[in-house]
Design a protein around this ligand. Structure first.
Ligand code: SF4
Ligand code: SF4
Length: 109
């Protein structure tokens, strides 16, 4: 099976070691409502920049912890929000970046 798959797909490039900076400031930021998030992780593979991760285990100490966004990497594409809303629990909101900065005090470049 693996050999057949290897034949079918092209080789992938090397994984980059350094993350480059975003080229433009996103208009919106994805924010997870951790009280609503089931921890199903359905949204994770939809993120094109792989910036969704589980919250640290010691934050809630539960079997399926919610996810969080690495805001400095999020490009505001909203794919996670659509995936969560359409496939699971609607636990992600897209906040305008200005509002996000004002609410959380986190500057977004
Ligand atoms: S898809 Fe929604 S409910 Fe599932 S982990 Fe992601 S944010 Fe949480
Ligand atoms: S908005 Fe896009 S880049 Fe940001 S966390 Fe969601 S899927 Fe990833």
């Amino acid at each position: 099976m693996a050999a057949r798959l290897k034949e079918h797909f092209r080789e992938v490039g090397n994984v980059v070691e350094e993350i480059s900076k975003k080229k433009v400031r996103p208009k919106r930021m994805a924010v997870v409502d951790e009280d609503s998030c089931t921890g199903c992780q359905v949204c994770i593979p939809f993120c094109p920049v792989d910036c969704i991760e589980l919250v640290p285990q010691d934050k809630y100490n539960i079997v399926m912890p919610p996810v969080q966004i690495r805001f400095n990497e999020c490009i505001g594409c909203a794919l996670c929000e659509k995936a969560c809303r359409n496939l699971t629990w609607d636990a992600i909101v897209m906040l305008p970046t200005d509002d996000f900065e004002e609410i959380y005090g986190i500057p977004i470049d």
